[in-house]
Design a protein. Structure first.
Length: 143
């Protein structure tokens, strides 16, 4: 099974994990790391490295999910991943996390990361307002 670590601004990762576990049940080999302005980057790296070590034990690889590409969580993840031989996927959202959790028991690290990437992109859309003012459901469109 692939280990998962979410590193996000504030409590975003904790809440995504809670939502995923609400739908799929308790998840082993999954950790969260919160990035806050009052924590030095060195401590963030250490917290992430420790989390990666915990989920790596007995796993078939580690996938680190971060929120914003180029943000502090992403940059910390990139530094830790290179030394821990983990893979980083950015732009984490709930569909991505669900896909990764479902795929991690039956697939290798590359396939799990690709599954997360596809789900994260696929489930982004917007609803256009009704053109004629009716109360019917909005028309959904995807980019």
């Amino acid at each position: 099974m692939i280990g998962i670590v979410l590193i996000t601004h504030g409590g975003v990762g904790r809440e995504l994990r809670a939502a995923a576990e609400n739908m799929l049940g308790r998840q082993n080999q999954m950790e969260t790391v919160s990035v806050t302005p009052d924590v030095p980057v060195t401590e963030m790296r250490e917290a992430l490295s420790d989390a990666v070590d915990r989920v790596a034990d007995g796993s078939d690889g580690v996938l680190i999910l971060s929120d914003i590409f180029g943000g502090t969580p992403c940059n910390v993840a990139a530094g830790v991943a290179s030394s821990a031989e983990a893979t980083v996927l950015t732009g984490v959202n709930l569909p991505m996390l669900i896909a990764v959790i479902k795929a991690r028991k039956r697939s290798g690290l590359v396939h799990v990361a690709q599954s997360g990437l596809e789900a994260g992109r696929h489930y982004i859309g917007y609803a256009e307002p009704s053109k004629n003012g009716s109360q019917k459901a909005a028309k959904w469109a995807r980019q």
